[in-house]
Design a protein around this ligand. Sequence first.
Ligand SMILES: Nc1ncnc2c1ncn2[C@@H]1O[C@H](COP(=O)(O)OP(=O)(O)OP(=O)(O)O)[C@@H](O)[C@H]1O
Length: 590
Amino acid sequence: MIRDLTAVLGSAHRAVLFRYLAALFAYAVAQGLSVALLVPVLGDLLTGDTGGAARWTAWLAGAVLVTLGLHYVQAMLGFRVALVILTTLHHRLGDHVASLPVGWFDGTTVGRLTRMGTKSVLSIAGSCAHLLQPLVTGVVTPAAVVVVMLFLDWRLGLAALVCSPLILFAARLSVRLLNRMDEIDDAAGVEASGRVLEFARNQPVLRAFGRTTDGYAPLEAALERQRAASRKQVWMSVPGMLLGGFAVQMCFSALIGVGASLALRGAVDPVELVALLALVARFAGPLAEVGELAAVVRTTRNDMGRVRAVLEEPPLPEPERSAPVTVPGAVEVDGVRFGYPGRGESGDVVLDGVSFTVAPRTVTALVGASGSGKTTLTRLIARFFDVDAGTVRVGGVDVRDQSTAALMEQLSLVFQDVYLFDDTLIGNIRVGRPDADEEEVLEAARLAGVDEIVERLPDGWETRVGEAGTSLSGGERQRVSIARALLKGAPIVLLDEATAALDPENEAYVQRSMDALRATSTLLVVAHRLSTVTGADQIVVLDEGRVAERGTHQELMALDGRYARFWNERHRALGWRIATTAGGNGSGTS
Ligand SMILES: Nc1ncnc2c1ncn2[C@@H]1O[C@H](COP(=O)(O)OP(=O)(O)OP(=O)(O)O)[C@@H](O)[C@H]1O
């Protein structure tokens, strides 16, 4: 736990933790010695030596005062450490997360971060103020008592020494048993929550297929498994919970037994034995408390482990000095191999031996079946991840030789998952270039067709959009994203076209913005619209992570290969859609 805490605090703040631990240790030893002074006080009282008792009582009072002073010091230092954690951990996490590859952020990691920023940081800070103290005193105070007992009567001291690991071992075993049960219950709980979420999210599908009245079998099965796990947890936890207390009682009885037999054989003075047994009572109690705290320790350690795992996540390596761009606007993908981290061995290679170049101010369309690696390729160009082999060059320079800022200066990303901030539309477009003036923002908005959306919003340009505001349709969100790219004016635009067919209005706006973008930038488009594909200077056809064909529309049609088949299929689908529209239902899209 201390190791986790030092890792979480970072080298700059370790000193304050060590000061706290030193004060805590001193306090625990002083507490043990104060308890030990009861022996001579009791001994003298029981033998009627009031003078001796008064002298020892004065020592005891002094020791108690010192203990109180140390208690205050350690408590203040504990709160200081907690405060340092609260004030610095968010910044440490924020700074580190900002240095991680963009590809690290997915649904799971974002969920983990949210939990970390709230619950985990509070729990770690609380551990210093409330948890370390009983843990350290629970071990060090009994240890000090044992040392004193060894001095007073080595046999009873030895017996106490033998008992200590037994009590701790029983406590640890009890925790392990309780943990195992918690894990089973947790796993069942997580599965049930997932199913509840699925049930809620899929209401439209379930209702459409009449699956709501007779229950939703996967959810009911998950709930039943959770109930069974909870029942098992209750029963199986009982031995774990009893074990710690049982071990303490057994050790206590054993020590009394040893003391009584020594007294019967005349090896210990009965008066001294009574005083020593008072010490035994102070020795076993704190050790048992340590065992009782095990559940809180476990939760806190889990929280620390989670934070530590993020802090130890390797940052994206950055060069000391960013290499200057040599061919502005050019993109080169050279023998690239890549598999997503954590997806295992070579079976999970998503791109293999992919090579092509994109000349400045040209349009390249990436086409290929779903899962062929088109989006992954755009992520590698933006260095969301580093390639496993080969090189990605942007502006003529290996992306690994450029700082993130220098690389991002050259790129605009228009991806499908457009995030809108809880801000006005203007604010959301200005993200593209925060220092742009009003005129420039409005021009970008006009070119991308955002001004048309504004006319329909209740408060016009002042309407808040995004998570807490008015939500926009997928096509509208992409228009905002294109407006950001237009405003940024980066030399290279990576664009992942919406997969869903656009309505004619959106289609026209997207076309207009693409024309504007291609006038100033290099365009690499994951293309779904046929007009983008045919209008491209180069088409790269991906198939299962490899470049299957490359050329212009005419060249690839003449090749009569994979692309020609793709084109003919899409064309037939388009013809069918037009025919449907012409047939009178008016729902056609192209
Ligand atoms: N974040 C990720 N983690 C692990 N695997 C991923 C991730 N993103 C994509 N993949 C996998 O990589 C492969 C290529 O996916 P990619 O999204 O690049 O294909 P695509 O050609 O863009 O497909 P689509 O046209 O359906 O978007 C797929 O097998 C996909 O399951």
